[in-house]
Design a protein around this ligand. Structure first.
Ligand SMILES: Cc1cc2nc3c(=O)[nH]c(=O)nc-3n(C[C@H](O)[C@H](O)[C@H](O)COP(=O)(O)OP(=O)(O)OC[C@H]3O[C@@H](n4cnc5c(N)ncnc54)[C@H](O)[C@@H]3O)c2cc1C
Length: 416
């Protein structure tokens, strides 16, 4: 197919920008349009981890037995807004179905393949766009509260081994302390993934890529897209005040992509998992590595010279205002786990993770319209999988075979 295609990418988050760069590099004429940022775009405020070891889908076998306990625990990692229970029910049923033993292994295999490809795509992206100085290579400590929860995580570590992710298991607070001083001595068990990567700051990472897209002749415009229509020759993108014609459109509008897909007749079960974090200015805690508190669903990461405490999953849709009590819960735990950390005067933030019930993103051509390509639904892993998504969308538009199996990511996979 002719690489001189004109492509409009809807969304200038990390997925839209990575798609734009990959298409631009292949010779396409690319415009990226975005309605201008509410600061809740997940790409600016996330934890900054290239979580390449996180190959285990969220819907693990047995998760539905654990979920009621989390929901009942006011300090638990999961909450559902009561007013949203009926709206989220169909998604939760699909989530539960994804955890069954006839589906879970193939979902994990697909996630592991995408992660392995994400690692090499990130290296290419970092090299092409001066990304290396913006990366931190400081590893990750995944911490467990007790011997029991550590033992219960054996399938996680087994999966990592099976898919070639290297790690060391630590069995004493002394070994943990050598990597990260200042943790509560209750932590006696951890896994250390040495070659885990972080960006120094997700906002800066995004800005660097955006700047380089523009430097290379790409166009980023402020427009609010309302609907899309397409025929066999062209696509029409209807914005609030005018419409744009192009050869292909890529929908990379994060958690807001579902309603745009509906305008061309695709019903894709995208939801949002709202996440919270609080960022502290330098001096609050000296962080040496990325910390994941596996039994509590939150992380502590470095952002520039600041420290960010973030995580939590709140199912509540796109329109409800933030409930920053969720951040305060994370902080009360962070204070227990990092006793010397000061948790005053932090800056609170909430963002919308675009999430699919089977934990795999939607990447590929619309079942209804071959000129409409989807790239959304990366959930907790959008930064990690962004460079890979850019290359896969490029291959879809240029009609090239993918380097990994495409069907697990297909937009039509929930149709039956
Ligand atoms: C608390 C938290 C921590 C996280 N930590 C990590 C992490 O450490 N590592 C990781 O890999 N991932 C992490 N994630 C997930 C990651 O941030 C997301 O998966 C990723 O940012 C999604 O990127 P996106 O480009 O798809 O969406 P977004 O960043 O939300 O961008 C979508 C864009 O589309 C635009 N848009 C929407 N609708 C329209 C429209 N109609 N017209 C025009 N423009 C439109 C929006 O304005 C927005 O700019 C985290 C998320 C949260 C909330």
């Amino acid at each position: 197919m002719n690489p001189k295609q004109s492509v409009v990418v809807v969304g200038s988050g990390i997925i839209g920008i990575s798609v734009g760069l990959a298409l631009q590099q292949a010779g396409c004429r690319v415009s990226i349009i975005d309605r201008g940022s509410p600061s809740q775009n997940a790409s600016e405020g996330n934890a900054g981890a290239f979580a390449l070891a996180d190959i285990v889908p969220l819907a693990t076998p047995g998760i539905m037995r654990a979920a009621p306990g989390w929901l009942l625990d006011p300090l638990g990692p999961l909450s559902i807004r009561p007013s949203y229970i009926f709206s989220i029910a169909p998604w939760l049923i699909k989530f539960w179905r994804a955890s069954w033993s006839d589906r879970f292994p193939s979902l994990m295999k697909a996630q592991a393949e995408l992660m392995s490809f994400s690692r090499s795509a990130l290296e290419r992206q970092a090299q092409l766009y001066r990304g290396e100085p913006l990366l931190r290579r400081e590893g990750q400590l995944r911490l467990y509260d007790s011997r029991d929860t550590f033992r219960a995580s054996s399938s996680y570590w087994q999966a990592c081994r099976e898919y070639g992710i290297t790690y060391d298991l630590l069995g004493s607070s002394r070994e943990i302390e050598e990597i990260q001083p200042g943790l509560s001595t209750k932590f006696q068990h951890a896994g250390y993934t040495r070659d885990w990567l972080n960006v120094s700051d997700p906002k800066q990472w995004l800005k660097n890529l955006q700047d380089q897209f523009v430097e290379r002749g790409g166009l980023v415009e402020c427009r609010d897209v309302r609907s899309i229509s397409a025929n066999s020759n062209t696509v029409e993108v209807y914005c609030v005040d005018e419409s744009l014609s192009c050869d292909f459109v890529v929908i990379a509008a994060g958690a807001w992509s579902k309603s745009l897909a509906q305008t061309i007749g695709d019903d894709i079960p995208l939801e949002t998992e709202r996440g919270y974090n609080t960022t502290f200015s330098p001096g609050h805690f000296e962080l040496k590595t990325h910390l994941t508190f596996a039994d509590h669903g939150f992380v502590v990461s470095k952002v520039g010279s600041k420290v960010r405490v973030g995580g939590a999953v709140e199912l509540g849709g796109l329109s409800a205002p933030p409930n920053f009590d969720r951040s305060k819960i994370l902080l009360s735990k962070a204070k227990q786990f990092l006793p010397t950390m000061s948790t005053v005067d932090g800056e609170e933030w909430m963002g919308f993770r675009p999430s699919m019930p089977d934990s795999l993103p939607v990447i590929g051509t619309s079942p209804k319209q071959p000129r409409v390509i989807y790239a959304f639904g990366h959930g907790h892993l959008g930064l990690t999988q962004s460079a890979a998504t850019g290359e896969l969308v490029r291959d879809s538009i240029l009609g090239k075979p993918w380097p990994i199996a495409s069907s697990p990511f297909s937009p039509g996979r929930f149709r039956h």
